[in-house]
Design a protein around this ligand. Structure first.
Ligand code: PEP
Ligand code: MG
Length: 559
């Protein structure tokens, strides 16, 4: 038996299941000389690899024309001659011949004047990588071999990885790297999957199929546990299921405190499927629809109609409940396969979110038009991410107005009173909160980013994850200031950062006056249950007391 413990987690729940290990090792070409007798079989091996790569690429080609070009390249006769010639003449094995041919082509492409041709070097690398995988019989999708419900253990998981797996088979996630607000944690939370990130070195110790226990709430990962421990955890899991059921049963009651103060409990989602799941928790609406997932799961910028369909479906599922759609928040740690972001020293401080949207205006308008059109089918609100200046808000609103005028001219219906708000997730937005509040209908405080920017602590860096703490008095005061500014100008104040679903924080936030708590759906019943058990008056007083504290330790003493 071996144990890992992580000091801070954002998820809860238990998984008792075998381990499925995902190793993303760089594939070595394994280059060697062959004998003259092996030449024919080596050529056949290469031809089989070409056939396999082309078969995969043909499937992908219907999604994206890049893959059609790769299909052609994989079967290119000059490349074929280059590789087989080296096998025949130099007695190189297929891997060695492929790598040399790749290098030759890459050098030729890279030395060309024409930029388009220079970019073909990347295609050549990609295609030869695929051929190498095929030669070595390695599957491109590392999750394809997963057949039973398992705990996935990996170095790190990108949002695109989760798109490749069958979530029904995922009992839990454990990653060596990543922080509690990394996107894999968020996806795990939305789906109610126990998850442990930033666990440190594990991969050397695990093997596929080893039995393990994941206790996400207390940050424990136990490999090859004894039978008695497994039984203990099975009981804990059953008890948790009972408690969750009880809270869910009570969640049909209204969202109000014991003294009648109303609040709303919303969910953060990334797709209509997430909404279907969230509705089980009796949510009052969706406080954050992360529209970027629509872009990340695609191989092209989703068209206006594709987006419209998704937003309309989401609005209709919610049947008149609020649906807050955040406009594209891409960049930082969230890339797109089909759009090249600039290489940056500090991507989290770089070209991302609203900054990109205000440059790629056609793309942005496509989204705004889709949202507006969908607003005829439900109660939709528009929310801009990463705002730092009133000018940005004005520029975004000017584009929104253009879209509205276009739709008017085309006689297409939309909600003429559609509400517009911003995410408050930068220190600039906090400092300017009064100015912003005059211009918007609502704020939604994004504590995941706000915490990292106020404290200058990278939200995904496990080395300093101890310092990433939203209970830091600076963060709490920033939150309180934002809520007060909103209310001074009759704007609503919500929160869609993970902090809104933190059991220790929720009554404090209520006391600060927060109107809306938006969180991963599976936390909704618990927070509602908790807030229904307090009085607003008492929480207001306690919040004032907490806001006077100067250290995290003193803050925690008061909670
Ligand atoms: C946030 O920053 O708090 C937030 C909700 O946005 P994301 O986690 O998607 O950056
Ligand atoms: Mg954010």
């Amino acid at each position: 038996m071996k144990e890992w413990k992580v000091p801070k987690t954002s998820s809860r729940g238990y998984a008792i299941a075998p381990v499925y290990v995902v190793r993303t090792v760089e594939v070595k070409a394994d280059e060697r000389k062959i004998s003259a007798e092996e030449v024919d079989s080596e050529i056949k091996r290469f031809e089989a690899a070409v056939a396999k790569a082309q078969e995969d690429l043909l499937e992908l080609a219907s999604q994206n024309e890049i893959f059609a070009a790769h299909y052609a390249m994989a079967g290119d006769i000059a490349i074929y001659d280059g590789v087989t010639g080296k096998i025949r003449e130099n007695c190189d094995n297929a891997e060695a011949a492929l790598m040399q041919t790749r290098d030759e082509y890459v050098m030729i492409f890279e030395s060309m004047d024409d930029e388009y041709m220079r970019e073909r070097a990347a295609d050549m690398k990609d295609v030869s990588g695929r051929l190498l995988y095929a030669l070595k019989g390695i599957e491109d999708n590392p999750f394809a071999a997963m057949k039973e419900k398992s705990i996935i253990v990996a170095k790190d998981l990108a949002p695109s990885d989760t798109a490749k797996m069958n979530l029904e088979l995922v009992a839990g996630f454990v990653t060596e790297e990543g922080g509690v607000t990394s996107h894999v944690s968020i996806i795990a939370k939305n789906q109610g999957i126990p998850c442990l990130v930033g666990a440190g070195p594990i991969l050397d110790e695990v093997e596929n199929g080893m039995k393990a226990i994941l206790d996400a709430g207390s940050g424990m990962f136990i490999l090859e546990p004894e039978e008695a421990l497994i039984r203990e955890y099975e009981e804990k899991a059953a008890e948790l299921a009972r408690l969750t059921e009880e809270m869910e049963r009570l969640s049909t009651l209204p969202s109000e405190t014991m003294d009648g103060h109303k609040f709303s409990i919303c969910a953060n989602v990334g797709s209509p499927a997430d909404i279907r799941n969230a509705l089980k928790y009796q949510i009052d609406g969706v406080g954050l629809f992360r529209s970027e997932f629509l872009y990340m799961e695609n191989d092209h910028f989703p068209t206006e109609d594709e987006q419209f369909e998704a937003y309309k479906e989401a609005a209709e599922l919610l049947g008149g409940r609020e649906l807050t759609i955040r406009t594209l928040d891409i960049g930082g740690d969230k890339g797109l396969d089909y759009y090249e972001f600039p290489k940056e020293e500090n991507p989290f401080l770089g070209y991302r979110a609203i900054r990109m949207c205000l440059e790629e205006t056609e793309m942005f308008k496509t989204q705004l038009r889709a949202i507006l059109r969908a607003s005829a089918f439900g109660y939709i609100r528009i929310m801009y991410p990463m705002m730092i200046s009133v000018e940005e808000l004005q520029a975004a609103n000017a584009l929104l107005l253009e879209c509205k005028k276009e739709l008017d001219q085309e006689q297409i219906a939309y909600d003429k009173k559609i509400q517009v708000g911003i995410m408050v997730e930068t220190p600039a937005a906090v400092m300017m909160a009064d100015d912003f509040a005059e211009l918007v209908d609502f704020f939604s405080i994004g504590t995941n980013d706000l915490t990292q920017y106020v404290l200058a602590v990278d939200r995904g860096n496990p080395r300093i994850s101890e310092k990433y703490n939203s209970f830091h008095p600076a963060v709490l005061r920033a939150i309180a200031h934002t809520i007060e500014a909103a209310h001074r100008h009759n704007a609503k104040a919500g929160m869609c950062g993970e902090f809104a679903g933190d059991e220790m924080a929720s009554s404090l936030l209520l006391g600060m006056g927060l109107d809306e708590f938006s969180m991963s759906a599976n936390g909704a019943s618990r927070i509602k249950y908790q807030l229904r058990g307090v009085t607003y008056e008492a929480m207001k007083e306690r919040a004032q007391e907490v806001l006077r504290q100067s250290t995290i330790e003193k803050v925690m003493e008061h909670l």
